[in-house]
Every structure is written in C-alpha cells, then in structure tokens.
Write a protein that binds this ligand. Structure first.
Ligand code: PGA
Length: 257
C-alpha cells in the first residue's frame, strides 16, 4: 500500500471548543488504523492549535497552521510568526491556499519567503497550488502550476524538499461554488506536477507527497485516491464532521492502493 496523506483545513469555521471535540472524536474513530501507511492531519485556526495539540496523541494526528509570516518577529500587525507556531506545537504549515492568494492577495514572492522560513524553522510546508477557472479555459493550467512551483520553491534545497508536501487545489473546484474535477483531469495534472517537481528538485521530487483538494466528497474520493500520482487528499467541507471524515479515511485505508 502506498503511504496516504489525509488532512483537513478547518478554515474559519470552528471555535476552540468545536475543534477539541472534533480532534478528540477523530482520534477515537481512527485509532484502530495503523499510522504506518497513514499520515492524518488537522489544520485548525491559530487559537485552537495549542489546545488541539494538547488534546490528542501526536502519533495519531499531526497538527498544522493555516498560514504563517516569514519573519520571527516584527512590525506585522495581525500576523503570526514561526516562533509562535513552534511554541504551540504546529508541525505542518499550509501556505498559498487559494483563499489566501485570491481573497487576501498573497503573491508567489511572499509565499516563497514563507516556504523558506517554514523549512528553516523545521516545519513541513504544505504548499497549495492551483489554476483559476479562467486560466484553465485559456489552456494555461500546466503553465500556471509550473510558474507557481518555480517561484514558490525557489531556493529550496534538496534536504529541505524531503519535508515538503504539495496540495493541488484547482481554484474552480474549491468550496461551495466549486465544481468537482473529474478523476481523469486530476490524474493528468498530478502527473504534470510530478514532472515539474522532478525538474525543479531532481530525484527528491519523486518523494514529495502530492495531495488533491477541492470539493472532495463521499462520491468522488475513490476516483481521486486511485490516481497514480495522488498521494493523499486535502478535504474541506466533507471532513468538517469527524464521523464523515473518519468514514472516508476508513474506506481509503481499506482500499488496495
Ligand atoms: P472544499 O475545500 O473541500 O470544501 O472544497 C478544500 C480546500 O479549500 O482545501
């Protein structure tokens, strides 16, 4: 069985209390599954990172942060630093999510600084990339992904790359108004991403887990996870309920992958 990465970003949906019951439930529903072939992670809001880390076993659930500033400290009102996230026990740092790129205006130069900072602080960055609907219509999907990866990973060393994860999340497929991608499209794009990672990083690019995200649900996860270059799923709405997320996790871990 290939190692499978399954995780959720809870966005701005849960309070500390709600996160605690979510991670505790998720831990108890999934503790029967060996973590040898499974990396399960939850990326809550900043205020819930510490409480979630304390509430569950780090061997069963890895905790991450939804964003991070690149500087250790400074005049950056409203931002959060790597040191602060280390202090509360975050291990994964999600960077470049489509909502941060397209609603909060983050560009690839800023994202690249954060990626480098995440590595230098010992985190695993989960770099999110994806084309918009317009870029797809214009036939620019692969070019967009290549440009994002080249810029966001600029200066990443081969040693660092062994801690990198990438999530392919086409902007047009994410969220309530998103249109789920077909598994053929996901298969094709993940193969392209693997090639780009090999170009940029050399052979270590083969080991970087590539997760798929964007309207993953109970009907389509099987088609996505069986694509050769899909190493995991990054799920929003369908993972918000711990029972449903656990259903998807169990189904996947029961598949012959
Ligand atoms: P969704 O969110 O599964 O609700 O589309 C995915 C994401 O934004 O990572």
């Amino acid at each position: 069985m290939k190692k499978v990465y399954l995780g959720t970003n809870t966005k701005m949906y849960k309070t500390i209390k709600e996160h605690l019951s979510f991670v505790k439930d998720l831990e108890s529903y999934t503790k029967d599954l060996s973590r040898e072939d499974l990396e399960l992670f939850v990326i809550p809001s900043y205020t819930s990172i510490g409480p979630c880390r304390d509430a569950c076993n780090p061997k069963l659930i890895t905790i991450g942060a939804q964003n991070m500033h690149y500087a250790d400290e400074g005049q950056f009102t409203g931002e959060i630093s790597p040191k602060m996230l280390q202090e509360v026990g975050a291990e994964i740092i999600e960077l470049g999510h489509s909502e941060r790129r397209h609603i909060l205006g983050e560009d690839d130069i800023f994202i690249n600084r954060k990626v480098l900072s995440a590595f230098s602080h010992g985190f695993s960055p989960l770099l999110c990339i994806g084309e918009t609907g317009e870029q797809k219509e214009e036939g620019l999907s692969v070019k967009t992904l290549r440009m994002q990866l080249m810029a966001d990973l600029d200066g990443v060393s081969k040693e660092d790359a062994s801690n990198l994860m990438v999530a392919y999340e086409p902007v047009w497929a994410i969220g309530k108004r998103g249109k789920p991608a077909t598994s053929d499209y996901v298969d094709k794009m993940h193969r392209e991403i693997r090639e780009i990672l090999l170009d940029i990083l050399g052979e270590v690019g083969r080991e970087v887990p590539i997760l798929f995200g964007g309207s993953v649900n109970n009907d389509n996860f099987r088609g996505f996870i069986t694509c050769e270059e899909v190493n995991g799923l990054f799920i929003g709405r369908s993972a918000r309920d711990a029972k449903n997320f656990s259903y998807i996790i169990h189904e996947i871990m029961g598949m012959d992958l």
